[in-house]
Ligand binder design. Sequence first.
Ligand SMILES: Cc1ncc(COP(=O)(O)O)c(C=O)c1O
Length: 372
Amino acid sequence: MRTATVTIDPTAISHNLGEVKKLAPTSRVLAMVKANAYGHGVAAALPALQAADGIGVATFDEALEARRLGWQKVITLIEGVFCFNEWQQALDIECCCVIHHQSQLDWALACRPAPSSPSRTVWLKFNTGMNRLGFDEASLIQAATKLHNAGYQLVLTTHFANADSVQNPLNSQQLRRFCKMLKYLKTSISADIKASLCNSAGIINFAPYHFDWVRPGIMLYGSSPVTDQSAAELNLKPAMEFSAKIMALRTIHQGEGIGYGSRFVAHQDTNVALVSIGYGDGYPRGVNSAAVVCLHNTANHQRYLCPIVGRVAMDMMVIDVSHILAPIALDSPVILWGQTPHIDDVAGFADTISYELLCRLSLRPTRQAVGA
Ligand SMILES: Cc1ncc(COP(=O)(O)O)c(C=O)c1O
């Protein structure tokens, strides 16, 4: 049987959440599980996130799914709702909503949750320089005043544009604007207004600004959110292994090409293995010539890094195994990403980010969880 497998390790997610808590011990944690827990599967991720104080999702359907799976703590819709009907539905399942524009404010004022409902807390989004979502200064103060007077508890929130690169001057500008606004709201509206600023990179790079809620995403899944420290240096464990198996072995003679476009031409006789995985499973087609996979040869229980040669196709790829002198067993597992190579390295081979690789896995690979 063809094998392409995504294996999730929930204990790695719990471990990484523990690292977040060590870095931000006094903040509550809103664990981001949008986009199916960054491709890991929300059903596998939620049990591993029991120690989080809440979860963040991007769509109402994601919130509904989390409730269906039994998540009873805070759920924050990080883009808020998209229409009045959805606002009412969000109240029904007791979500907290971000409010980032006038219509959302109007819906919140038109239909208020019961005083005891968790939906009574709204996250008010301030545009501090990312220039995607959020109110400007004047309209934010107006919105905060109206919401407070209507009985809502407020969490002032914003999102860093460049938290991964600590030196970027926009960081200090965003921080300055955020802190100034928070101070103003606390003194002029309510000292009880809460704040949330940091995503994963912010948690690592901006420790003095963790405030009441941190919002880790990618680091929960074991990928480094910053440019200058690896996941291993941050003690983050990869929560996903993407693997396949060797489906054929052959020798390419000197001067012969391999695969579509004959992109790779053998300079010498080359032993290759065909691996049963391709872009139809979610492996990026556009990897560069540095791309490697890790072959676990079941014939001798040794592990070998092997370069990908030729174009990645929809259902298979070819790897160079010439450096392996021992016999290679058909059906030996090949790790596309996991411990080695790490997904951050694969993202580098493909000139993209780990987030995209994780979210772009297709439905074809078999999914399993360690220990399930
Ligand atoms: C508003 C908000 N907060 C937090 C996060 C988590 O970011 P990261 O995965 O970089 O930690 C995201 C992700 O896009 C987000 O949109």
